[in-house]
Design a binder for this molecule. Structure first.
Ligand code: FAD
Length: 107
């Protein structure tokens, strides 16, 4: 349904923007808040099949990597790619996440 798609696009914008603004040297509190945010997100995302699969993915050896911006950004990109693969969409090159979501494309 189209609302799942629009919700998805808006939500990825929020999630990748969070990683783009995540500190390069987060405090332990920021790291633990971020883990908690992702865990609650996985319970509350209002597309329930999406949320179930996302939680299962996180529990299957893909716990959020929150030790710095680079790691969190790459992790979110991999999370998004797992959904892309599931939906038969092309994978995104995760070396480019920062160009897409933080610094802007260079051309
Ligand atoms: P989107 O996938 O929404 O991507 C938006 C933009 O992000 C793209 O145009 C591209 O510029 C950029 N981008 C693409 N891949 C990456 C990446 N790996 N890293 C960084 N940037 C990237 N839909 C379902 O039908 N079934 C599901 O089970 C499902 N699960 C979801 C789980 C979560 C946690 C979320 C947030 C969304 C889920 N969705 C699901 C929605 C789905 O991922 C898409 O958002 C939706 O299909 C619209 O896709 P789109 O092609 O417009 O681009």
């Amino acid at each position: 349904p189209p609302d799942v798609e629009q919700l998805g696009r808006s939500t990825w914008t929020l999630l990748h923007s969070l990683t783009a603004n995540y500190p390069e040297r987060p405090s332990l509190t920021q790291q633990s808040d971020t883990r908690q945010f992702m865990s609650l997100f996985g319970k509350m995302y209002p597309c329930w099949v999406c949320a179930d699969d996302f939680r299962a993915w996180m529990q299957n050896g893909n716990a959020p990597k929150v030790s710095n911006r680079e790691e969190f950004g790459k992790w979110m990109c991999e999370a998004h790619n797992a959904v892309n693969v599931k939906l038969g969409k092309p994978s995104f090159d995760c070396d480019k996440w920062e160009e897409r979501w933080r610094t802007g494309w260079k051309d």
